[in-house]
Design a protein around this ligand. Structure first.
Ligand SMILES: *Cc1c(COP(=O)(O)O)cnc(C)c1O
Length: 422
């Protein structure tokens, strides 16, 4: 059962000031989860979660996470600037970008961020554009197909690093560390991201084992002892109500076991573990709240809402499931089957297809769950749809606006003289 963190009465109060559709985040949930994350890895001195800014690029969210000890994982100039404005600087920033423009490396170096190089050719590019910093990270791609499942239960993790544009081969990465050392780098890390939205406690430990073994090999072949290992993103959440979510304590324990099996005997027990989670840190703590404005009965039953794929792209783009709760009808029987649609002139603009829901009446408020990461962030302006507001439910239950909704003025602002056109 997925229970919204806001009630119908609360939404009726909120819409007096902030009309639907809006994204709303739950500060209490965010903080509790961040604390659990840190507890799960508290066995590792120097552990740090660098929140993947692209998942939820809002300064208020970044500051809350920073207060809980998290840094930021940035991959663009805007994300670096947002970090800087939140006073998150230096080694509290991981810059994990790819196909990186020169000015972004310059900004990352200026901020003292840890730069995570996606390719061996970026060493010279970085040297020429911004200089090689003392601390540097390299991104690894083992190639092939990554699967899990040895533990018996059918584990739904599979991805295809061999097809992915990211990272360096093993040969390249070993060469890269040697070259970086020659160029004056002193502290080194490794990073890899092999699978996305994993719903299994086995992913991080399996990835950790791969990286820990490689770290030992790097030490043997180059004499370079890595000082941190970045497990990146990919720990997912249960979008469907019948799925069992990840147990972050078990994940932390699983990584600890590999650490003690592989790194400690190699004399590398002081390696710091870093993570770059986005989805796991925020997705469950954000709702897209929207109002039913139309119902339509043709070959199917449709409910039209005032949000659309421009507010939450995942169902249209990936066919992703996002659970829906009709506020005030939490206990009503699911005796209707609807397509829940937005207004875009695209037939994939559906938040749900053939979904069993209670009877929905015009004016009902719908909570679209798990929209806190890769939700608002992936918004766009197609069909002239404007960006919604972002709200925060604070720990005391009060609600504040943390980004106002876009206006037509904003939308036309880049067309010089637009309002003067006769
Ligand atoms: C997207 C991304 C993340 C976060 O991924 P999640 O699946 O949201 O945890 C972390 N690191 C990098 C480099 C990314 O591109």
């Amino acid at each position: 059962m997925k229970v919204p963190f806001i009630t119908k009465a609360e939404v009726e109060e909120i819409v007096k000031t902030y009309p639907t559709p809006f994204h709303i985040y739950d500060e209490k949930g965010i903080r509790e989860n961040a604390r659990k994350m840190n507890a799960a890895f508290s066995w590792n001195k120097g552990f740090k979660e660098y929140f993947a800014v692209k998942a939820t690029p809002n300064p208020t969210i970044l500051k809350i996470l920073h207060e809980e000890g998290c840094g930021t994982d940035c991959s663009s100039l805007a994300e670096l600037v947002m970090s800087e404005k939140c006073n998150i600087k230096g080694q509290d920033i991981m810059f994990s970008s790819n196909d990186t423009p020169a000015e972004e490396f310059k900004k990352a170096v200026e901020l003292g961020a840890i730069i995570n190089l996606d390719d061996i050719t970026h060493i010279d590019f970085l040297k020429e554009t911004a200089g090689i910093p003392k601390t540097i990270c390299c991104r690894f791609n083992p190639g092939g197909i990554f699967t899990l499942g040895a533990s018996g239960e059918a584990v739904q993790v599979m991805d295809n690093p061999g097809d992915a544009k990211y990272g360096m081969t093993e040969e390249q990465i070993i060469e890269a560390y040697k070259r970086l050392k020659e160029l004056g780098a002193e502290e080194f890390g490794i990073h890899s991201f092999l699978a996305s939205n994993t719903v299994t406690n086995e992913y991080y430990p399996a990835l950790a084992a791969i990286l820990f073994k490689l770290a030992v090999k790097i030490k043997e072949e180059t004499g370079i002892a890595l000082s941190f290992i970045n497990l990146s993103g990919g720990v997912g959440i249960a979008y469907k109500p019948d799925q069992t979510g990840n147990d972050i304590m078990a994940i932390g324990e699983g990584v600890r076991k590999k650490f003690e099996e592989i790194l400690v005997p190699a004399g590398m027990g002081d390696v710091k573990i870093f993570t770059e989670l986005g989805r796991f840190m925020l997705a469950p703590y954000g709702h897209l709240v929207t109002k039913a404005i139309h119902e339509k009965h043709t070959y199917k039953e449709y409910i039209g809402v005032d949000a659309c794929a421009a507010n939450l792209m995942r169902p249209a783009m990936y066919g992703s499931y996002h659970h829906i709760t009709v506020l005030g009808k939490e206990d009503a029987p699911l005796d209707h089957v609807y397509d829940v649609t937005g207004s875009l002139c695209e037939n994939n603009d559906k938040f749900a297809i053939d979904r069993e829901l209670p009877q929905i009446d015009k004016g009902d408020y719908l909570v679209i769950h798990d929209a806190g990461a890769h939700g608002f962030a992936m918004g766009y302006n197609y069909n002239g749809r404007l960006w919604s507001s972002e709200l925060l439910k604070r720990e005391d239950g009060s609600v504040i606006e943390i980004r106002r909704a876009e206006t037509l003025e904003d939308y036309f602002a880049t067309l010089d003289g637009f309002w003067d056109i006769q």
